[in-house]
Design a protein around this ligand. Structure first.
Ligand code: SAM
Length: 220
């Protein structure tokens, strides 16, 4: 799942992960406990997610990170926004008021770029990555933001029934990735099989959507 894979998905318009509505779990479970109003929020692997607009509308300062130039540009044009563009090598920064997207590789993100971020919304980001990349993703996120609150949405199904992405990420894996430094709470588990014909057509006999709230252990 190298950058070329994602560039190609964007070029071909194969962006089936994109939701035309605000994520219902974000609306239900945001903000995480004790998050300050106006906090800075990171959306890793953000695509052209409308969740960024919702968070900005709620008064949060939003930082998206996306590797695809097409993905970033589409986000702004589809939403009628004209960003100010500046360079922050190896990233390019796009900014409209308090909404900012860094175009580049999440794995190259530096601490100075996430200064002041106190929460993360991860929907279709961890599960976009194959098993071998997920520990590095979770580690980088925790190293960058050891004190952040994280709202995480995963899909859980039998990986033998379908090749990802989206990949299956179970509660056990979330705990293995984060539990050393974060308190992990599963706050919802929904059977979404019946309402998802595209997953049934791809061969799944069951699929659950799981929502987790994570907060740093040292502040537990
Ligand atoms: C499955 S999509 C999810 C997008 C978004 N989270 C959403 O809910 O619509 C994954 C996105 O991550 C981007 N991506 C993949 N690898 C990345 C990386 N290493 N750094 C930044 N973005 C990446 C892809 O281009 C794609 O837009």
């Amino acid at each position: 799942m190298n950058p070329d894979y994602w560039h190609q998905r964007w070029r071909k318009g194969e962006t089936g992960w994109h939701q035309d509505a605000i994520n219902p779990h974000l609306q239900e479970y945001w903000p995480p406990p004790s998050l300050a109003p106006g906090a800075r929020v990171l959306i890793p692997l953000c695509g052209k997610s409308l969740d960024m607009l919702w968070l900005a509308g709620e008064g949060y300062r939003v930082l998206g990170v996306e590797i695809s130039p097409l993905g970033v540009e589409t986000f702004f044009t589809e939403n009628g926004l004209t960003p100010a563009i500046s360079e922050d090598p190896p990233f390019r920064r796009y900014r409209v008021d308090e909404l900012e997207i860094l175009r580049g590789d999440f794995f190259h993100l530096r601490p100075d770029q996430v200064a002041g971020v106190s929460a993360v919304f991860d929907r279709a980001s961890l599960i976009a990555l194959p098993p071998a990349m997920r520990p590095a993703y979770a580690l980088h996120l925790q190293d960058l933001l050891p004190a952040a609150r994280i709202l995480l949405v995963t899909l859980d199904y039998d990986q033998a029934e379908m090749a990802g992405p989206p990949f299956a990420v179970s509660e056990a894996e979330v705990r293995a990735l984060y539990e050393e430094r974060f308190v992990v709470k599963e706050i919802a588990a929904l059977d979404i099989w019946a309402e998802n014909p595209r997953y049934r057509e791809r061969g799944l006999s069951r699929i659950m959507e799981r929502v987790f709230s994570l907060h740093p252990r040292q502040q537990a």
